[in-house]
Design a protein around this ligand. Structure first.
Ligand code: SF4
Length: 547
């Protein structure tokens, strides 16, 4: 972000960072650049585009809210942190580097001076001067394209598509490792196909990442493709380019890298949350057929274990969640929210947020702490005790009853939810037994769970969490195709994981009521609608709002 000063344009927040954390390169995501290595991800705030459904909206739509959370750090200090974290390099990502260009250039130089690699992800909407300054300092770039037409760019507040494509060609000609990601919105299949053709005209070997659109921050839900639609589009793009990948789609086989010569899988990856991939297995650097892997740099099988399904945007998702928790307790002022979010970032709270809120009690403790940080401790306490009273009422009603075995899947029957996810503790609170506890999933040995292993758990009830739009009929069909969970399908006990749609971050309370009604229909638990109204009245009573 810039301002005028004495006839010059200067950065508003020079050498200032919002996020700094080590992460696997596959969460940025880069799939052909030093696979398996850890990089230091850094971001500032702001963007030069305004895309609908932006996953980083908390950083881009209202950067001043988070200005107080920026940490000023000279480039050498950031480099020092990256070295200490055993990173192979630094990647500027999450928000747009063009809005912090002098900072990015200084950091790139310092990285190279220390023998580290430097790269970034960008929307490519860069002017000629920026390109000429940036390209010589980049080892890698992921350019996120919005489409191939001017219309697709106008929807993001830009004039035309041309500059983004010129940027790709400039980076490519300058010898930078280039990967391209292309957002796929339902009804805009032709945009992706035509984008792929334009990239293929440059080099069919450029890795092409199809980002199935997820409507974050109020994006149009009608535009979100189903997993099937996204798979079909990826299939249609595959003949155009050598390496086509599909993101945001649990269960897809299209995140793996195949040998260009014999087609064998060389790196097997799985879904890892929004815009993220996760290594599951890697071959040697040479395929069995003798072909070298189509990657830049060396591979390492010692890949970093990542927060499960958190993807590369965990700081922004975490900040959104904390802001929502502040709002329900009535901390709604922008500056107060900004201060509380800044404190959360500075104290490293985001790193443990998801573990801390994995149970109803944990969530309510965190809610109270945030309300207190926002100057509303009494309101936080009242709200937390009101919510916990509702939860214990349901728990009392189901106490002593036989707990049915429940399996929870993430969008696809062969992708179990990890046992430490909040949804699993909701199943327990509602009087079920989550069989996910009996699935051994190790972070580093991220092998796939087989249909046989899941069926051996003999779940009586199956929940699927909707990642891409899917109705129960479609999910059941995927179960039948995968030859799994036939018993639950036969008994008609497959359900979408219930969520409280009107309650934002408190939706989990109605989930417990809905689950308890499924597990123990004769226990007299309150209906989800009744619970929803009770929670909403608690929120109103403390002057909070649901975002
Ligand atoms: S370019 Fe990326 S960060 Fe910027 S508004 Fe669009 S989606 Fe968000």
């Amino acid at each position: 972000m810039y301002r005028g000063a004495g006839g010059a344009v200067v950065e508003v927040f020079p050498d200032s960072y919002l996020a700094r954390y080590p992460t696997a390169v596959e969460t940025i995501p880069f799939l052909h650049f030093w696979p398996g290595h850890t990089f230091y991800a850094v971001s500032s705030v702001g963007c030069n585009l305004t895309c609908p459904g932006c996953v980083s909206a908390i950083l881009t739509a209202d950067p001043h809210t988070l200005a107080g959370a920026l940490v000023h750090l000279p480039p050498d200090d950031v480099v020092h942190e990256a070295v200490e974290a055993d990173c192979r390099g630094i990647l500027f990502c999450i928000n747009e580097p063009a809005v912090s260009l002098p900072t990015v250039l200084r950091l790139a130089e310092a990285s190279h001076d220390a023998g580290l690699l430097f790269g970034c992800s960008t929307n490519g909407y860069l002017g000629g001067d920026t390109l000429r300054a940036l390209a010589p300092l980049l080892d890698s770039v992921n350019v996120g394209l919005k489409g191939s037409s001017d219309e697709s760019y106008r929807a993001c507040g830009a004039a035309s598509a041309g500059p983004a494509y010129q940027a790709i060609s400039h980076f490519y000609d300058a010898g930078v490792h280039v990967e391209v990601s292309a957002v796929y919105m339902r009804g805009r299949e032709d945009e992706v196909l035509s984008t792929a053709r334009r990239i293929a005209a440059m080099d069919t070997g450029i890795p092409f990442q199809i980002m199935r659109f997820m409507p974050f921050s109020g994006g149009d839900r009608e535009r979100e493709p189903t997993a099937r639609e996204a798979e079909d589009l990826a299939e249609a793009v595959s003949p155009i380019l050598d390496h086509v990948y599909l993101f945001n789609t649990p269960g897809t086989a299209r995140l793996s890298t195949r040998c260009p010569a014999c087609g064998d899988i060389l790196i097997r990856r799985g879904f890892n949350g929004p815009m993220g991939a996760r290594n599951e297995w890697m071959s040697e650097e040479l395929c069995g057929c003798g072909e070298r892997l189509p990657v830049t740099g060396r591979m390492t099988p010692e890949w970093r274990s990542e927060a499960r399904y958190a993807g590369g945007y965990r700081p922004t998702r975490g900040l959104e969640l904390v802001r929502n928790m502040l709002a329900v307790a009535g901390v709604t002022g922008r500056e107060t929210q900004g201060r509380a979010l800044a404190a959360e970032l500075a104290g490293g709270g985001l790193l443990t947020l998801h573990e801390r809120i994995a149970t109803p009690q944990g969530f309510c403790s965190a809610l109270q702490a945030y309300a207190a940080a926002g100057g509303r401790p009494d309101e936080g306490e009242r709200l937390a005790s009101c919510i916990l009273r509702i939860v214990s009422g349901i728990q009392d009603a189901v106490a002593g009853r036989r707990r049915p075995g429940v399996y929870a899947a993430l969008g696809h029957p062969l992708v179990p939810l990890y046992a430490d996810k909040p949804e699993i503790s909701l199943i327990t609170a509602a009087g079920g037994y989550p069989v996910n506890h009996d699935i051994i999933q190790d972070d580093l040995d991220a092998r796939r769970v087989t249909a046989h292993e899941i069926d051996a758990l003999r779940p009586e009830i199956v929940f699927y969490q909707e990642v891409a739009p899917v109705d129960t009929g479609m999910f059941v069909q995927v179960c039948l195709d995968a030859g799994v969970l036939a018993e639950a399908v036969r008994r008609d006990t497959v359900y979408r994981l219930p969520t409280g749609t009107k309650m934002g971050c408190l939706g989990w309370v109605t989930s417990i009521a809905a689950m308890a009604g499924i597990f123990h229909p004769d226990a007299g638990c309150p209906a989800p609608e009744v619970v929803e109204e009770e929670v909403l009245s608690c929120v109103r009573a403390v002057g909070g709002e649901i975002l």
